[in-house]
Every structure is written in structure tokens, then in C-alpha cells.
Ligand binder design. Sequence first.
Ligand SMILES: [Zn+2]
Length: 142
Amino acid sequence: MADTATTEYTKPLPNREDPQYAPFWEAAKGHRLVMQRCTQCAHIRWPANPVCTECLAPGFEWAELSGRGELFTWVNFFQGYHPEWAKETPYNVALVKLEEGPVMLTNVTDAADEDLRAGMPMEVWFDDVTDEVAIPKFRPRS
Ligand SMILES: [Zn+2]
């Protein structure tokens, strides 16, 4: 893994000004995984949404999640659709199903591709790509 703290990060960064996601990125900066939890039915909303996808209630609170889940599925990108990611091909894009229910689009690190298995336990870690941005990624959990 590259030491991104001392090298310039040249990939696109998330829009941290989007009010729907600003709390998510602020928590990630502090290495905490948070998502909206419906105050009516407790459903965890992901992606963030102005209303609950289960009960349509608008109310929510930002809840800290365990950061644990399991690998649901993944693909390997062999073609670079952006010049900065092209340098890293092949790389995986994965779906991790969190213990609290939501499925998160992410990258799996710290595992050889041939060792990945659907259902393998995963844990979040935060890649500090800049001083202001940490991107949640997942790695195998023992
Ligand atoms: Zn709800």
C-alpha cells in the first residue's frame, strides 16, 4: 500500500460539500463509519436518502456502525476508465454487506485476489488519502 500521507493524491475526491454526505465524510476523516439511521423504524439508509426507504419517514440520526461485514461480491477492473486508476489495474471493486444491513461499494485491500471468497468476514479501515479525506475500504477480518 502506498504511503498516501506523504504523496500527492491525484484521483478524484468525494464531494464533501454535499449536505447529504458531509457528516459521512467528516466521520470518515475521524476513522468512524456512520450512516443515517431512521428515527421511526431504525432502518440504516445507504446510500444516504432524504426519506427512509423502508417507511418513508424523513427523520434520521447519524449512527456509528461496527465496521464489520462480509464480502458479498466483487469484480476486477482490468481497464482503466480514469488515468489515475489505470495505473493500478487490475484492482477490485467490491460490495461488502455490513452487519447492520446496508451493502457498501468499496475496495478490498490486504488480500490476494485468489483468496477472496463471498461471505468472508471483512472489517473497515480508513485510507487517509489527504489531510482532509479518509476513504473507507475493507480488508479481511480474522
Ligand atoms: Zn424508517
